[in-house]
Design a protein around this ligand. Structure first.
Ligand code: MRU
Length: 341
């Protein structure tokens, strides 16, 4: 167990790696059982990796998509087509559209493949810097020795490194503000059980896995002072789309007097979307619910409904932490003060 926690020792995983003429991705479908890498040599391979969740997490899919555009440019393929197919890979995380819009404007300005490569590199580096900054800002809100709970995976695997909500947790542990982490399993894809626990155990952070359905019971004990989550899209009024189950955690947190923190870079903020009602929520294959680890667990003939994100209203959020600053009790006015400035 690593007992000397610092920000630096908690920052060892890089799941999205550019290797000059191909993109190497740590295959998140196989963790923690296997650490296998996928080498994407064209835009199709990157698009499939995003659709199939080999790479996932809002910032990471934006970064991967930027590299997907670079691959098209290097191969002399039509860039409009590459942009369109990457954009359609997943609907909810606005980081995907944000990164592609940024590449598109560089293309419109006449950027060649080398310039697009530099832009993708900057997108990736800015994300890492934002995460370290948000880590410090978010950790400062937490009283020393607190227990916290998180949902899904928002760590190095979901970003260029360090993480958003998990970045706050890393910084909070390093500063002695967080003494215990609880991670929800995050059914059905188990990002919490498979990915967050892998990251936390690897970094020697005191963490306990709980069933998603144990969250309210845990909160009655007083062991959790903050729920800390990431985001896939934050609307102009502060409503936040994140992994399915986040909304019920926010309701339970408010009921029990537990604070609720959303941590996301400005690339997750979508001021063009007025409220959560306007966010496109991804529905995935019901088969993801009917099996566990590829083994059917539900009777043949059963149907399932599998929305993979939900919207937490701004009124249930105590703080949105971005690299531009902390927005407490988010509202249209407070969001505008930071993001329309
Ligand atoms: O379906 P996923 O695994 O891509 O969903 C990921 C989440 O919901 C994360 O909480 C969010 O993208 C923030 S990651 C820093």
């Amino acid at each position: 167990m690593n007992l000397t926690h610092t920000s630096a020792t908690h920052d060892t995983i890089r799941a999205v790696q550019w290797h000059g003429d191909y993109l190497r991705l740590l295959d998140q479908r196989l963790l923690p059982a296997e650490e296998q890498w996928i080498d994407c040599r064209d835009t199709d391979a990157v698009t499939h990796a995003i659709k199939d969740l080999a790479v996932r997490g809002a910032p990471a899919i934006g970064i991967a998509a930027a590299w997907g555009v670079v691959l098209a440019a290097k191969r002399g393929q039509p860039l409009d087509h590459a942009l369109a197919q990457l954009r359609a890979a997943r609907p909810t995380a606005v980081n995907l559209m944000w990164a592609l819009d940024r590449m598109k404007s560089r293309i419109a300005a006449g950027a060649d493949a080398a310039a697009l490569e530099r832009e993708a590199q900057v997108i990736q580096e800015e994300d890492l810097a934002a995460n370290h900054h948000m880590g410090e800002l978010g950790a400062a809100l937490i009283a020393p020795g607190s227990g916290v709970m998180t949902h899904c995976n928002t760590g190095s695997l979901a970003t260029s490194g360090y993480g958003t909500a998990l970045g706050v947790i890393r910084a909070g542990v390093a500063a002695g503000r967080i003494a215990q982490v609880y991670a929800g399993e995050t059914r059905p894809w188990q990002q919490g059980a498979r990915l967050t626990m892998w990251e936390l155990v690897r970094d020697g952070i005191p963490a306990k896995l709980i069933a998603d359905s144990a969250a309210s019971h845990l909160m009655t004990s007083g062991a959790v002072k903050w729920v800390i989550v990431g985001a896939d899209r934050i609307a102009a009024n502060g409503d936040t789309a994140n992994k399915i189950g986040t909304y019920q955690l926010a309701i339970a947190a408010r009921y029990h007097g537990v604070k609720f923190m959303v941590v996301a870079p400005s690339s997750t903020v979508d001021m063009a979307t007025a409220s959560g009602e306007d966010i496109d929520i991804e529905l995935r294959d019901p088969a993801e619910l009917l099996s566990v680890a590829g083994r059917r667990t539900v009777v043949e003939g059963a149907e399932a409904w599998n929305p993979v994100f939900d919207v937490t209203p701004a009124s249930l959020i105590d703080a949105i932490v971005t690299e531009r600053g902390v927005i407490e009790q988010p509202s249209v006015e407070r969001m505008r003060a930071v993001f329309d400035a």
